[in-house]
Write a new protein. Structure first.
Length: 315
């Protein structure tokens, strides 16, 4: 259903133009973008500040190193290979196990080493990178998703996107892999987005292919009123990430590993706006509340409490 600009404004819906001009351009200095656009720099910075991330296993920087990849991968049962400058979930290869000399992809398909080498070559050539520039391939620990999500996820690892503004969490959604997204938690590839109430950590609403949806499209399980595990740790981790990179308007992607708990997966200086559809609530009113604050507490706990207080004012 189409809505007039007036109705969208009354509902506090943030448009992409206003997001860019009033929040990204004002609060995200361009000089800091490389800290989040380069996943290797993001990981290194996170480790320096004690932020939990999937373990870095290796880096392929030049084509000659591909020859050394085969014996290295022989030591691993499962792993993830991704471009350092990738975006939108493109170029990520997830290997969940082995079958003889072949590798098992997240979707169950078998591939051989030549396929892996070709994929790495494509990454190095810049096929998946921002601007098409030459890139590095990162090999890292494969997250084992918390079994809590087994009934509402298809094969891949769900993640939680938290929007942090001026150090305060303002919105969040759970992104669930589907058959269409081939196990990836990216909405542009067909994943499902489920809103999360910042104040309670409980799920609400949901969106699949830009349409309201309250059940997972593959499992048929309800996605309503699910209480996120480790919610206080997730909120704290998101705020730590924002403090570390210094960006005022940030998307923080967090995964829950069954053994390691919450891990920061990626950061985004230009987070999308589907979080509004997933929650059925516009972002502007919460952003305006934060922007009107005379000062923002330095304590993570005080900021977490403030986020709850501001969210409850809008209920």
């Amino acid at each position: 259903m189409l809505c007039s600009p007036g109705i969208l404004k009354d509902k506090g819906v943030l448009s992409i133009n206003r997001r860019n001009s009033d929040f990204i351009m004002r609060y995200n200095p361009r000089r800091l973008f490389p800290l989040v656009d380069d996943k290797l720099k993001t990981k290194e910075l996170a480790l320096q500040h004690g932020i939990a991330v999937p373990k870095l296993l290796g880096i392929i920087e030049i084509y000659h190193q591909i020859k050394q990849l085969a014996p290295f991968l022989e030591t691993l049962d499962d792993f993830v290979i991704k471009p350092s400058h990738g975006s939108g979930g493109s170029g990520i290869l997830v290997v969940t196990g082995r079958s003889g000399k072949n590798f098992c992809k997240a979707g169950g398909d078998l591939i051989d080493f030549d396929h892996v080498a070709h994929h790495v070559s494509n990454i190095l050539s810049g096929m998946y990178s921002l601007g098409g520039r030459n890139d590095h391939a990162i090999v890292e620990y494969r997250v084992k998703f918390d079994p809590f999500f087994a009934a509402i996820s298809y094969q891949g690892v769900p993640d939680i996107r938290v929007i942090v503004f001026k150090g305060i969490p303002v919105a969040a959604m759970l992104r669930l892999p589907t058959r269409e997204s081939q196990g990836k938690a990216n909405l542009h590839q067909g994943a499902m987005g489920v809103g999360i109430d910042i104040a309670t950590g409980k799920s609400c609403g949901g969106v699949y292919r830009d349409k309201i949806c309250k059940v997972h499209p593959d499992t048929g399980e309800s996605t309503e009123m699910i209480e996120m595990p480790h919610w206080s740790k997730i909120i704290e981790l998101a705020m730590k990430c924002a403090d570390t990179v210094g960006l005022g308007y940030l998307g923080v992607d967090i995964v829950l590993d069954q053994d390691l708990g919450p891990l920061m997966l990626e950061l985004n200086a230009r987070p999308g706006l589907n979080v509004q559809i997933a929650n059925g609530v516009g972002l502007l009113k919460m952003l305006d509340q934060v922007e009107s604050l005379k000062e923002v507490p330095s304590s993570l706990q005080e900021r977490a409490n403030l986020a709850v207080e501001l969210a409850q004012k809008l209920d």
